[in-house]
Design a protein around this ligand. Structure first.
Ligand code: ACO
Length: 335
């Protein structure tokens, strides 16, 4: 039976570390508010004035993942690129990454599922592998948020949360009877909450709103009903965790580490308490990186492997995420 097995991971962060104090010089905010409400201390943004897209960060992360997997770029059968901040409106960031990897003809697709992007991307990779269509898939989550945020006081509820970053995973079809690799995934969406977190303009639907007024009123910046999303997250993340455990026939005791999306430390603490998990079983690094959206989970995976918190010979990990759409998803992976 063909299983989707992770052969290598890699991460890349831009060099500019932005502290909460740095932000307080741009807008009316402060370190205490940001840390208390979100847990975030720093985030990394691309250097000011440099032209850098999500595909540039993704390239650096991909090189490291390919290196660890021992793959040459030419061996990649498919690139799946999860992002909400593609280099340009279209074509997708996957096409830019493909050419930066020196490839021609290799198919590349973008997944536009925001904070849930990586789990959707991994699940898509798993489906292709199980179907026999592709054997070696490069899955990437990468974001450049910093150039698209309202860094004035009007946008402070959103802009303090987000960081730039990228991480990549090489997923390979392995013929095995062992219960390893992707054990299961659940993907969900509920479009009735779409307007609770969105970036509306420019939009093909509203050509008349692409004007100077858009720039003045900030229609091109993301907006969020943070309280509503927070409440949905603390309910739906434990719910989908129970569902994926049931689907795979596992219990929380079988999970060595939960790697949740990093949107807010308080969300992840509430998740951990609701499920009665010890704090060391739920990994957090939002303190350092902020919310890097589609990159949070692969970035954390790469870091936890490096730190020895995930054993690539035996650990069972659970990925869980919720974000704009509304979308939410979970996956269990066994090394
Ligand atoms: N600095 C200082 N004060 C601020 C800031 C800031 N950066 N932002 C907001 N405030 C103020 C508000 O104006 C408000 O002031 P008021 O009481 O005078 O009106 C006060 O702080 C409280 O604001 P709330 O929005 O109620 O604060 P809350 O405790 O809900 O925290 C937060 C806000 C951090 C955004 C939280 O709601 C959250 O994390 N929500 C979920 C985010 C999430 O999970 N998003 C999904 C993933 S992202 C994706 O998919 C792209």
């Amino acid at each position: 039976m063909k299983r989707s097995v992770i052969k290598g991971t890699g991460r890349f962060l831009p060099s500019r570390c932005v502290t909460n104090d740095d932000l307080s010089k741009m807008m009316d905010t402060n370190d205490e508010w940001i840390q208390q409400r979100t847990g975030i201390k720093t985030r990394y943004w691309i250097p000011e004035g440099e032209t850098v897209g999500a595909s540039d960060l993704a390239l650096e992360a991909s090189k490291k993942a390919l290196d660890k997997a021992g793959w040459q770029p030419e061996e990649i059968d498919l690139i799946i690129f999860a992002t909400l901040s593609p280099d340009i409106y279209f074509p997708g960031a996957g096409c830019f990454l493909q050419t930066k990897l020196g490839l021609t003809d290799t198919p590349a697709l973008d997944i536009r599922q925001q904070c849930t992007g990586f789990v959707y991307a991994m699940s898509t990779a798993d489906a292709y592998i199980r179907s026999g269509m592709y054997n070696k898939i490069l899955v990437v989550g990468a974001e450049v948020h910093s150039t698209g945020l309202d860094k004035t006081t009007a946008g402070r509820d959103v802009s303090v949360l987000f960081g730039d970053g990228a991480a990549a995973v090489c997923v390979e079809a392995v013929e095995t009877e062992n219960n390893v690799g992707v054990l299961g995934s659940i993907l969900k969406a509920d479009g009735k909450y779409a307007e609770k977190l969105m970036l509306e303009l420019p939009a093909s639907k509203y050509p008349e709103r692409i004007n100077e007024e858009m720039l003045k009123t900030g229609g091109h910046f993301p907006i969020m009903d943070g309280t509503r999303i927070f409440k949905l997250a603390v309910r739906k993340l434990p719910e989908i965790t129970k569902e994926i455990l049931e689907q795979t026939g596992l219990t929380l005791d079988d999970i060595d580490l939960v790697i949740p999306h990093q949107a807010n430390l308080r969300i992840n603490e509430a998740y951990q308490k609701t499920l009665g998990l010890p704090s060391e079983k739920v990994f957090n690094n939002i303190q350092k990186y902020g919310n890097t959206t589609a990159a949070t989970i692969p970035l954390a995976l790469d870091e936890t492997i490096e730190q020895g918190l995930v054993d690539t010979k035996s650990s069972t990990v659970l990925f869980v995420a919720l974000g704009a759409g509304l979308t939410w998803a979970a996956m269990i992976y066994r090394f």
